[in-house]
Write a protein that binds this ligand. Structure first.
Ligand code: GLN
Length: 189
């Protein structure tokens, strides 16, 4: 089992640490040749979605990353990664990867006050810590999308086939629940 972590910007090291705690190998995706390595899944970390998008395009990674997701590679997008995956970002006009049938709202909790911690239920698993940092939320999901977590009536985690997205940052906690869930997705692929 080996997971590629997009390492252009943002919180990628923290994801590698979570995977290590689960005894799962990972490597950083920084340039095109890194995508030639065999991988069982890919993580798009939190950071700043427009910056990450521009780097993906500038480094000529965008098309290959999108293609891998379309071909069924399991992918896990956190926060900015969720925005990259969303088919539509309500308050943002740039096209991103757009493979997941969700409508998201960027900086949905307000720019300054949008960082908070809470405890929630994820895929029926209770007491999971959620960390939000200038987070988006999901306003609407398409037919094939399973809602995995709701906080204050807002959808904050969802899955569509090979794609998992969370508005929060499980990699900034010590709780391995969500990474474990993603690794199970990668095993079944
Ligand atoms: N607000 C960021 C964006 O718009 C996402 C924040 C995060 O990833 N923590 O991309």
């Amino acid at each position: 089992m080996k997971i590629g972590i997009l390492a252009l910007q943002g919180a990628f090291i923290e994801h590698a640490n979570m995977l290590q705690a689960l005894n799962v190998d990972s490597f950083e995706i920084r340039q095109k040749k890194d995508l030639n390595q065999p991988m069982d899944g890919m993580i798009l970390p939190g950071g700043e979605s427009t910056t990450m998008y521009k780097l993906l395009v500038d480094l000529d990674l965008f098309d290959s990353v999108k293609e891998k997701i379309q071909q069924g590679l399991p992918v896990f997008g956190t926060c900015a990664g969720l925005l990259l995956l969303a088919k539509t970002v309500h308050n943002h006009s740039n096209p991103y990867i757009q493979t997941m049938d969700i409508i998201a709202r960027k900086n949905a909790y307000g720019r300054q006050l949008g960082s908070f911690r809470t405890i929630g239920t994820f895929a029926g698993i209770e007491n999971v810590p959620f960390v939000f940092i200038r987070a988006p939320y999901i306003e609407q999901v398409g037919d094939g999308v399973e809602v995995l977590a709701i906080i204050d009536d807002k959808i904050v985690a969802a899955r569509q086939d090979n794609q998992l997205a969370t508005a929060f940052h499980p990699e900034l906690t010590k709780d391995l629940t969500i990474h474990r869930y993603f690794i199970e997705m990668c095993k079944k692929q």
